[in-house]
Design a protein around this ligand. Structure first.
Ligand code: ATP
Length: 199
């Protein structure tokens, strides 16, 4: 069985940056956000069920999911949000299991932004949290996405607290500007994970 390291962290904490550095070492990265899109791509059971329930207004002209229409709808219809989560969460979970089981590198990373919020610890052998202060999350995300601070703060408030996430961590990468370089932190963890995976 593949040895799976779950990677999580709040918005703009540096999950993608960290995952890319592991990937440079030949470690396979499976990304929950990519899987969440795969389960509703054209031809999928997920998209078929959505268009049957809500109608063609949830589709773009090219047959892809109209994400903003769906987001807008479930925002104002909580019962439909429940239905959608009930449809998609099991599919996403199953796909995470399938893709991690197929990984060929000595261990793999499973990047799940909402790992703690959705209680997905059982999908991995180890939880790696990318940790930064909320102030750094806000600064980096507003710069990256060119969005107002308020918007980032709202997302932050809807996610698990820094404390809650750290409580779930087996390992932590500190990603402040004055932290030990990421490359060094990752080198140390890479060797730990190779050893753990070989056991
Ligand atoms: P999200 O959950 O929003 O997708 P994320 O956790 O994947 O974000 P990244 O996209 O990796 O975070 O990083 C957020 C931003 O911060 C990016 O613009 C990235 O280049 C920058 N960043 C990440 N780590 C550092 C660092 N150590 N120093 C400076 N900038 C950084």
């Amino acid at each position: 069985m593949a040895y799976v390291v779950g990677v999580t962290g709040g918005i703009g904490s540096g999950k993608t940056t960290v995952a890319n550095l592991f990937a440079e070492k030949g470690i396979e990265v499976i990304d929950a956000d990519v899987i969440a899109r795969q389960v509703v791509e054209p031809g999928s059971e997920g998209l078929k069920a959505i268009s049957e329930k809500f109608g063609a207004s949830m589709l773009n002209d090219d047959g892809t999911l109209n994400r903003s229409a769906l987001r807008g709808h479930v925002f104002s219809h909580p019962e439909d949000k429940e239905w959608l989560n009930g449809l998609l969460h099991p599919k996403i979970r199953q796909e995470m299991i399938t893709q991690t089981a197929q990984a060929k590198s000595p261990y793999c990373l499973l990047v799940i932004p909402l790992l703690v919020e959705n209680g997905l610890q059982s999908l991995c052998q180890r939880v790696l949290v990318v940790d930064v202060s909320e102030a750094t999350q806000v600064t980096r995300t507003t710069q990256r996405d060119q969005v107002p601070e308020e918007q980032v703060k709202n997302i932050l408030a809807a996610q698990a607290t820094r404390q809650k996430r750290l409580e779930a961590a087996d390992d932590i990468i500190f990603n402040e500007n004055d932290s030990k370089p990421l490359s060094e932190q990752i080198e140390t963890l890479h060797h730990q994970y190779l050893a753990l995976a070989a056991q």
